[in-house]
Write a protein that binds this ligand. Structure first.
Ligand SMILES: *Cc1c(COP(=O)(O)O)cnc(C)c1O
Length: 434
């Protein structure tokens, strides 16, 4: 399968090129040349299939032309070493729990898949060079990428994070790993980390010495596998006899997660409609209302993984629907919530149902409460475990959030990081000396 750029000024790329490069040379996002509809038989029996069986079939549609069946099945099954169950929160509202992976957030799925796909390509290449993944993080991306790539042969990951600006729970998830993961503690802010990474990719000296790649969330290998759990959610709801008028609500920031759902829909997944739930960063919401897309500087909220003022995957949504505003609004509606509304929702849900939401999932849940019509069943994506945001969640619900064992285990590990100034020449000489 070839991948074209949403800007249409770059040549079509192979899967390997699209994964290694991340972004097309015209700065557009890669899109698969065709999105195939899955056969009716698949949807008829999906309710009896396991998550891994479903995911292998979906992966076949995207990657089957490029990767032999057996290898692809192995990549998928290794990626999905944990379940993404659907849990009833109250009548007609279900939570698709995406936090059962190693770092307790949905980004584990894409990061684990990308690591294994990259390893597959490296193992077949003749030069046998190590690939170096550089990733700048303000918290969550670093942990998902570091854990996704942990122990994967032929790949070394450098996680750059701003000193003192990442919560201790987040920090321990990439500083205690060792092996092929190096945490770099930058004396600066997140933007400095991002600048160092971007400068490294553009530095001819560095690129001549070592193979550098990014594990950015716009990478097709991180974004497409997220379609797997939409199919699984449908299957589990179908098995419950609740899939006839399914509405899926997605807490959205960069819009990668919901776009994967829209791909699933294009492949025939019978979802009636989607809701994109935003925090106060309401750029997409405003686009749905007005038809005009106006990026803004991001605003800080308690659902901070959704603090995005110019969602990168918007270009993919436009591309999917030929930039037709009417088509987009007929399938997707929006919602936007302030911090007090998010907090109120978490409290209300906790007190009336006993279910603890994280601040991101709370946006998805509330959008269903407000927008679900009679006869419809709603599933919202619970994108992270509330324990990841313990300090925010506990005072709001006035209760304790138990830290799952695998998160506690990170916190007991020994923290190791390389101190770094925010100057590129220091970072460059460090990498050159490796
Ligand atoms: C990254 C993230 C989001 C936003 O997902 P997008 O794909 O960027 O829309 C939502 N919730 C959590 C917990 C996240 O980490």
């Amino acid at each position: 399968m070839k991948y074209y750029s949403t800007n249409h000024h770059a040549p079509a790329a192979s899967l390997e090129d699209a994964v290694v490069k991340g972004l097309a040379s015209d700065r557009g996002l890669f899109m698969p040349e065709h999105i195939d509809r899955l056969p009716d038989e698949f949807f008829e029996k999906i309710g009896t299939m396991s998550f891994q069986e479903i995911a292998c079939r979906v992966a076949q549609a995207f990657f089957g032309e490029d990767i032999p069946r057996e290898e692809l099945d192995k990549i998928v099954c290794d990626t999905l070493s944990f379940d993404c169950p659907v849990v009833e929160v109250e009548p007609s509202i279900y939570s698709l729990e995406l936090f059962h992976g190693p770092t307790l957030a949905f980004k584990d799925v894409g990061a684990r898949f990308m690591a294994r796909l990259l390893q597959y390509f490296i193992s077949r290449s003749s030069d046998g060079r190590e690939v170096n993944v550089l990733v700048a993080t303000s918290g969550d991306t670093g942990s998902a990428v570091a854990n996704g790539f942990l122990g994967v042969e032929g790949i070394h990951v450098y996680v750059l994070y701003p000193k003192g600006k990442v919560s201790p729970i987040q920090e321990c998830q990439f500083t205690t790993l060792g092996k092929n993961i190096t945490a770099i503690e930058v004396d600066g802010v997140f933007d400095d980390c991002q600048r160092l990474v971007k400068s490294a990719f553009m530095d001819a000296g560095l690129c001549g010495k070592m193979m550098l790649t990014s594990a950015n969330s716009i990478n097709v290998a991180r974004f497409l596998p997220q379609a797997f759990y939409y199919f699984n959610a449908y299957a589990r709801m179908k098995a419950l006899g609740q899939a006839d008028q399914l509405v899926i609500s997605v807490p959205s920031g960069n819009f990668g997660n919901i776009t994967a759902g829209l791909f699933a829909h294009r492949m025939g997944l019978p979802v009636k409609r989607f809701i994109a739930a935003n925090n106060a960063n309401d750029i997409f919401y405003q686009y749905l209302l007005s038809g005009v897309y106006t990026p803004k500087a991001s605003r800080q909220t308690i659902a901070n993984a959704m603090d995005v003022g110019d969602p990168s995957n918007f270009a993919r949504i436009l591309d999917l629907y030929g930039a037709d505003h009417a088509r987009i609004t007929s399938l997707i509606s929006g919602a936007t919530y302030t911090d007090p509304q998010i907090a109120e929702t978490m409290k209300q849900c906790h007190d009336t149902t006993g279910y603890t939401l994280d601040p991101h999932g709370a946006c998805g849940y509330r959008a269903l409460k407000e927008q679900l019509r009679p006869g419809e069943t709603g599933v919202f994506l619970e994108t992270a475990h509330p324990a990841k945001f313990k300090d925010t969640v506990e005072p709001i619900i006035n209760g304790e959030v138990t830290i799952p064992r695998r998160l506690a285990a990170f916190m007991e590990g020994e923290k190791k990081s390389v101190p770094m100034s925010s100057s590129f020449s220091d970072f460059k000489s460090y990498l050159m000396s490796r």
